[in-house]
Design a protein around this ligand. Structure first.
Ligand code: ARG
Length: 439
């Protein structure tokens, strides 16, 4: 059953066989593996390395394997080293000795490289779609909730913003996350098929033909590079890590906002869970899990970076360890995006609590300073005057806008009756470039 048994005098140790096998992981490459083989066979026929009849027989056999796997009639298991061995063994079982010609002018090294690039390209498109879905949820929720809320720095109330503007900050982050995934797709869009084990082949094959059939922009320029680098997976996983960092920050805010301390939002029951002992509890588990799984994606990136860092050219078996972290990061990112999108779409926003929170914490103090500047006071002096106003307010348990004109004038004679309109929260957002907060 071994693809390479010829030069061995002894059977492989059973423990070693299990240790070496990657079938339980790389089986998800089956469709790409078969697609890559079909392109290879079409090219071999075209180049005269297989007769038309041989080629057609092999392609027919490969298609029947694909159909059976997809119909559930051919489970991917058994004592095979990897998905490549599994497919080839099945082909031999189905069509006999012609199957032995499939691997002409090919190595598993270029085969696995083309499989994983095809798979990564396809799944990266799914990630892009999932990012777009989340962007849509954020934009819809933002549009429906153009309400004022406290903006924070250091988690201390700072200045008034809108909930819309706050959500759209994440929309911008996701726009860049999407660009990073698109860049990664572009970088991996070259076909390694035909690189052979590391040194090409003495056969006159047509790498442009297979590259085109498989949807790559061109074949890779260097054989050694084509079979030995996994930087395109690292590129994607770096993008995934940054994306998860953004989702984690958003999760953190959802967790804070849904707490009794904030009560700015309510996460839908469908995305919350309860406590086995405290009957009143409703916990933001979905957001917490996204925050938690972020570490897992960083771990996958670090894992593959570490695997690759000391490898001489070209292929080394270490690289078989690329798949588990990549698949795990990919699955995690896709599920987190889907959950986040639904959680945002279904959450309720408590406008009244946000408005109330704006009134406490002197969120218009900076605008009082701006007002004084408009009356000719230097900003640094204005800053200091407003500091005194805030101390006065704290002593008298009042907001700035609740002080009488006499009280205000006692602190600064530059203040007039027009201050109240100037520092009124909704009108603050209509001044200067702050109108951008309303978009
Ligand atoms: N299962 C292998 C991997 O994923 C396929 C390539 C095997 N190549 C080899 N020379 N043993 O990397």
């Amino acid at each position: 059953m071994k693809l390479w048994g010829g030069r061995f005098r002894k059977e492989e140790n059973k423990l070693m066989e299990d240790f070496n096998s990657s079938l339980h992981v790389d089986q998800r490459l089956y469709a790409e593996d078969i697609k890559g083989s079909i392109a290879h066979v079409n090219m071999l026929m075209h180049s005269g390395l297989l007769t038309q009849q041989e080629g057609e027989e092999i392609v027919k056999g490969l298609i029947s394997i694909l159909e059976d796997i997809e119909a559930g009639a051919l489970p991917i298991d058994g004592n095979f080293e990897d998905i490549h061995s599994f497919v080839e063994a099945n082909l031999t079982e189905r069509i006999g000795s012609t199957a032995k010609k499939l691997h002409t002018a090919r190595s598993r090294n270029d085969q696995v490289a083309v499989d994983i690039r095809l798979y990564a390209k396809r799944k990266a498109q799914e990630v892009i779609q999932a990012i777009e879905d989340l962007k849509q949820s954020l934009q819809d929720k933002a549009r429906e909730n153009n309400v004022i809320m406290p903006g924070y720095t250091h988690l201390q109330r700072a200045q008034v913003v809108t909930f819309q503007h706050h959500l759209l900050a994440y929309d911008q982050m996701l726009k860049r996350d999407k660009q990073r995934v698109e860049n990664a797709i572009e970088i991996m869009n070259e076909s390694p098929l035909g690189c052979g084990a590391l040194a090409g082949t003495t056969h006159t094959i047509d790498r442009d033909m297979t590259a085109e059939e498989l949807g790559f922009a061109k074949p890779v320029d260097n054989f050694l590079d084509g079979v030995s680098d996994r930087d395109y997976l690292l590129e994607l996983m770096s993008g995934f890590s940054i994306l998860m960092m953004h989702l984690s920050r958003l999760s953190e805010e959802l967790i804070l906002w849904s707490s009794q301390e904030f009560r700015f939002i309510q996460i839908d029951d469908a995305y919350s869970t309860g406590s086995s002992i405290m009957p009143q509890k409703k916990n933001p588990d979905a957001a917490e899990l996204i925050r938690g799984k972020t570490g897992r994606v960083y771990g996958s990136l670090t894992s593959l970076l570490t695997t690759m860092k000391g490898l001489p050219l070209a292929y080394n078996k270490d690289m078989q360890e690329d798949k588990e972290p990549f698949f795990d990061a990919l699955d995690t990112v896709l599920s987190c995006l889907a959950i986040m999108s639904r959680m945002i779409a279904t959450m309720k926003v408590n406008h009244e609590n946000m408005k109330r929170a704006v009134k406490e914490g002197f969120l218009n103090a900076t605008e009082v300073a701006d007002y004084l500047v408009s009356k000719g006071v230097a900003f640094r002096d204005a800053h200091s005057i407003v500091g005194s106003i805030v101390i006065y307010c704290e002593d008298h348990q009042k907001a700035i806008e609740e002080l009488t004109l006499e009280e205000l004038k006692q602190i600064s004679s530059f203040i007039d009756d027009d201050i109240y309109a100037f520092i009124d929260y909704p009108s603050i957002l209509n001044k200067g470039i702050k109108v951008g907060l309303l978009r």
